[in-house]
Ligand binder design. Structure first.
Ligand code: 7TS
Length: 408
């Protein structure tokens, strides 16, 4: 399959925001790692829900409540089928990746003992560091960290030494949001399981780029945010193996997560409701289902090849800039390019790019330990989605050259 067969214009036409301008220039949106734009079918589903369908779910006898319940549960099934979960009750709606990880940190954490170990890596987003630190403080656990190499790949040899019978969970990102590194999660999952540890994959930066099969991966948990995969903010997913979820205590208490409440004893609802306390983000869940319908109609092999061509083109264009250093040169990368320019603060470049209509992210990208590792204050990050084009990369490169010229 050839990347040129991918019809990017057809995709772009589905994203109305791409037509807008910023600071008098046509928008070039290269901040997809922070959040992705939304296709019309996602936007329409939110308008339709609040215009015609709004009702609370799982509780009403009236028709609208039943319709809303069906729409929400259909979204769950769409997502189940997309990530190849064995059962829909293994798909829990959360607020996003951060919330999903905190759920596991609390509920799995309750089952752990003083001295047990949690293993993460040096390239984690803060949301896959801080919940574990809080848990370690609460329960007297030990947090261990897999080191990385200069090119931004995990030091895989260190993994064998770090895993032991004390390791209860490996929680690791599939793709680094800062470096773009794609981690060899299949191997890591096998190794962790061999040591008796469970595995959580942070899929916040992988679900929008390549197919996910949680059963083939054999991960115990898989977390992601709706907004990075063309859905709304405030909604996300935690996949967990049924047998594990059934044996964990609930995360939050409230309506919908109970079977029977009395002051003497409360029993909990079955999965997935046990982990879904309170009225959820109903329109968000339904719209996330639509985002996955959008993903389902894509040829993901073509998308992977197309996004890879954007990555290669960007790295080639940037290689002609003097004093520019790419941070993260792993052999297997998603379409994320972080870089620094000698003697210029990333923030200044980001500001001048914005003046020219180019949206990138600058700073530490919620990965401060990585910034310490590379001894830099931050990077400029261009993160691509399937609707970006080589023409946009040319505009980005021209704007970058102008910015550097002005700041020198
Ligand atoms: N994990 C990874 C790998 C991420 O990239 C992010 C967000 C999160 C977790 C947290 O997701 P949330 O939706 O719960 O906030 N990453 C970024 C980013 O790179 N720029 O802005 C947010």
């Amino acid at each position: 399959m050839n990347a040129s067969q991918f019809n990017v214009e057809e995709i772009r036409n589905q994203f109305p925001i791409l037509q807008r301008s910023v600071n008098g220039k046509k928008l070039v949106y290269l901040d997809n790692g922070a959040t992705a734009q939304k296709p019309q079918l996602v936007i329409d589903s939110i308008t339709k829900y609040y215009s015609y369908e709004n009702a609370n779910i799982h509780r009403g006898v009236h028709l609208m409540s039943q319709e809303a319940t069906n729409a929400y549960e259909n979204a769950r099934t769409t997502i189940q089928s997309y990530i190849h979960a064995a059962e829909s009750c293994e798909v829990i709606f959360t607020k996003g990746t951060t919330d999903s990880i905190n759920l596991v940190a609390f509920s799995l954490g309750e089952t752990l003992q003083k001295g047990d170990e949690i293993l993460i890596s040096y390239m984690e987003h803060h949301s896959n560091i801080v919940p574990w630190q809080l848990l370690c403080e609460r329960k007297g656990l030990v947090l261990k960290v897999i080191p990385i190499r200069e090119n931004g790949e995990l030091d895989l040899e260190a993994v064998d030494n770090l895993l032991s019978e004390k390791t209860k969970l490996l929680s690791i990102t599939h793709v680094s949001n800062t470096l773009g590194t794609i981690n060899p999660v299949e191997d890591l999952i096998k190794k962790a399981h061999a040591a008796g540890a469970k595995v959580l994959i942070d899929g916040a930066q992988s679900i929008q780029h390549f197919p996910i099969d949680v059963q083939a991966l054999d991960c115990d948990f898989f977390a992601f945010s709706g907004h990075k995969v063309f859905g709304p903010t405030g909604v996300g997913i935690l996949y967990g193996k049924k047998q594990i979820l059934e044996n964990l205590p609930p995360y939050q208490g409230g309506g919908d997560m109970i079977a029977k409440v009395s002051f003497a004893k409360t029993t909990y609802n079955e999965l997935p409701h046990k982990f879904e306390a309170g009225t959820p983000h109903i329109s968000g869940g339904i719209a996330l289902g639509k985002a996955f319908e959008f993903m389902q109609q894509l040829n993901l092999e073509q998308v992977i090849e197309y996004e890879h061509s954007l990555l290669m083109y960007t790295e080639e264009v940037l290689s002609s800039f003097n004093g520019l250093r790419i941070i993260g040169t792993a052999s297997d990368k998603a379409s994320v390019v972080s870089f620094v320019v000698d003697n210029i603060h990333p923030f200044d470049i980001g500001t001048l790019l914005d003046k020219q209509g180019i949206a990138v992210r600058t700073g530490h990208h919620c990965t401060q330990p990585l910034m310490d590792f590379y001894q830099i204050p931050g990077t400029i990050r261009a993160s691509f989605a399937l609707y970006n084009t080589k023409a946009e990369i040319d505009l980005f490169a021209e704007a970058l050259a102008r910015a550097i010229q002005m700041l020198k």
